[in-house]
Design a protein around this ligand. Structure first.
Ligand SMILES: C[S@@+](CC[C@H](N)C(=O)[O-])C[C@H]1O[C@@H](n2cnc3c(N)ncnc32)[C@H](O)[C@@H]1O
Length: 417
């Protein structure tokens, strides 16, 4: 797919560089022109990869279809696709479930540290970084010479810094947490595939989390739970263990059609040549402005037995601009009122520190109430916890990764009985 080297497309094959390094010291305008020529402006298509938590790839596939991507192929840990830059920017703005969107920039020899260095220089990273911007390199995979991802990332960073110094006369600083420009490499045997992160902060960072609790669910996983549960915004919504309120905010915004990335910025807005496509980006954003006549909304309830969690939910709802839209209260789930036919989304505490008897009794209380209300319950927990604590059979289940934990999302429909 990649690497036909044709000028005017973004495909770029990265090969070994001349040993004397002369090719590295091209004048700025030639380097920039070269790099810009190969970028996917004006609806030229390019290859991308949207990362996704294991188990959630199929939801990202559906999001990509809505963003106008094509040649969509689910892979391990994400989804490959082709798209115009416009569609890729649309995906950054709207995806609730992808972790990042990466623009693929070709592959190169990476059998050893020097080859990796040369391959990064051949990408002309100096065209992607402005003075005072921060850079980062992220690596997956090793080979017999590049034995740690940390070492490879350092070598790639050297290449970026040297390229900027040789071309511009200044050196960018490194910030692995909040870079303006992040280059990813996937090392496989003697080759590496390179991609540039379009997002900056990962997409789960929507910009509404002002306060947190212990073990908050990632926004992207919360959205996947809601999609798997079939949340359509047309029933009362209840989160009886709301923690910091992620599920209720995601549910609200899905019902309202609010773009997930509405409050945040993206790396691609800061690339030095962003002026080339900012008008298109503005159009993408404008089309996504909330409608004047929002759809009728159901009632949203969020509660937790912990007062600090309730405060966090209120603070986050306020930051998201939704403080009037949900009823938040402090109560154990055994006392929560569940309206008839509600959609109940639950992220109970799980993990080693939990007393199984406590978990069992909280789950049973909640499920008895949900059953009496003919509710649809979508819950994420450890598979063995769900198996042990419930005598009901789930309608459907999905295995997902939550950090290091293998979890299950299970849907129970008591309205059908
Ligand atoms: C894993 S956290 C939820 C995280 C939340 N989804 C978020 O995004 O921050 C579990 C929450 O369940 C609450 N909880 C545990 N047992 C409960 C019970 N019996 N009734 C109500 N809340 C309970 C805890 O106080 C905690 O805030």
């Amino acid at each position: 797919m990649m690497g036909d080297g044709t000028a005017g497309t973004w495909h770029l094959r990265v090969g070994p560089q001349p040993a004397n390094g002369v090719a590295h010291r091209q004048p700025l305008h030639a380097t920039l022109a070269d790099s810009l020529m190969s970028l996917p402006f004006n609806n030229v298509e390019a290859d991308y990869f949207a990362t996704a938590t294991g188990g959630t790839e199929s939801f990202v596939v559906n999001e990509l279809k809505q963003s106008g991507a094509f040649d969509i192929k689910a892979a391990k840990g994400g989804v490959l696709f082709r798209a115009s830059l416009r569609a890729a920017m649309d995906m950054c703005l709207h995806s609730r479930i992808a972790g990042r969107v990466l623009m693929r920039r070709g592959s190169g020899d990476a059998g050893n540290a020097d080859q990796l260095y040369d391959a990064v220089r051949a990408l002309h990273p100096e065209a992607w970084v402005a003075e005072d911007q921060l850079v980062a390199c992220r690596v997956t995979g090793t080979n017999s010479e590049l034995r740690t991802t940390h070492f490879s990332a350092m070598r790639m960073k050297d290449a970026i810094v040297d390229a900027c110094r040789d071309t511009h006369g200044w050196r960018p600083s490194v910030d692995t947490k909040h870079p303006d420009f992040a280059l990813h490499a996937r090392i496989r045997g003697p080759r590496a595939d390179f991609s540039i992160d379009m997002c900056g902060r990962p997409l789960n960072q929507r910009g509404y989390r002002a306060q947190s609790v212990e073990a908050p669910i990632k926004e992207t996983l919360a959205a996947a739970l809601l999609r798997f549960g079939g949340w359509a915004g047309n029933r009362p919504f209840v989160d009886p263990m709301c923690g910091s309120g992620t599920l209720v905010i995601e549910a609200l915004e899905m019902a309202m059609g609010t773009p997930a990335g509405m409050r945040r910025s993206f790396s691609f807005e800061r690339w030095p040549f962003a002026g080339q496509y900012l008008p298109t980006w503005r159009e993408v954003r404008d089309v996504s402005e909330p409608a004047d006549d929002p759809p009728p909304m159901p009632i949203f309830y969020a509660s937790d037995r912990d007062g600090a969690a309730v405060d966090a939910t209120r603070a986050n709802l306020k930051r998201a601009g939704h403080e009037e839209k949900a009823v938040v209260s402090c109560a154990p789930c055994s006392r929560v009122t569940i309206p008839w036919g509600a959609f109940v989304a639950v992220n109970p505490p799980y993990g080693e520190r939990m007393d199984p008897r406590q978990v069992l009794s909280a789950h049973r209380d909640l499920f008895e109430r949900a059953k009496a209300a003919g509710a649809l319950v979508t819950i994420i927990s450890l598979e063995e916890v769900l198996r042990q604590t419930f005598r009901w059979r789930p309608l459907r289940t999905l295995e997902v990764r939550n950090g290091p934990l293998r979890c299950q999302i299970a849907v129970y429909d008591f309205g059908e009985r």
